[in-house]
Design a protein around this ligand. Sequence first.
Ligand SMILES: [Zn+2]
Length: 219
Amino acid sequence: MMRDKALVVFSGGQDSTTCLFWAKERYSQVEAVTFDYGQRHSLEIDCAKEIAKELNVKHHILDMSLLNQLAPNALTRADMEVTDGNDGELPSTFVPGRNLLFLSFAGVLASQIGAKHIVTGVCETDFSGYPDCRDIFIKSLNVTLNLSMDDSFVVETPLMWLNKAQTWELADKLGALEFIREKTLTCYNGVIADGCGECPACKLRQKGLDEYLSFTKES
Ligand SMILES: [Zn+2]
């Protein structure tokens, strides 16, 4: 296992692309893994491919379409509406255990490619109700991965305690703000860059960007 090699869980969105830049600055070898689970927009996969290619990162795409058998949801079924998850309810995009599955597969792949570090953009600050994005879960999974493969992976979560404005700030520090703003896809309606402006993901992303940009103007 190589100390200076990292595998980034990568969707082509703002957060995981920021993680990709973060990892590239830190580790001499970086590869990325994207999970294809029949996203409503296959554009998301294309977008991830494009970014990986441009950043010269080896890109693994794993077929996770079995997820649809387990939990049909708003991201994969065109007839379901994406909701915010107000009133303490989980958002309609919720797939129980999705991150558990993704990170477990990432762990197996990391083992195969000899990467010590597994980087994921999960975040507890804008807590969306996904229990398997919490810091305590990630720490627990890290232990489980190590025990399961008798290895010493380090699961890295550079965005865990950042809000969206701070994530933009990190992107800026990494010299990647424009790249991330123009090339990533966060929008539930499949609109690249600044997005449709209407869906919950776009609103969150734009609010963070506005906050960060107004802060940098003031200072
Ligand atoms: Zn949108």
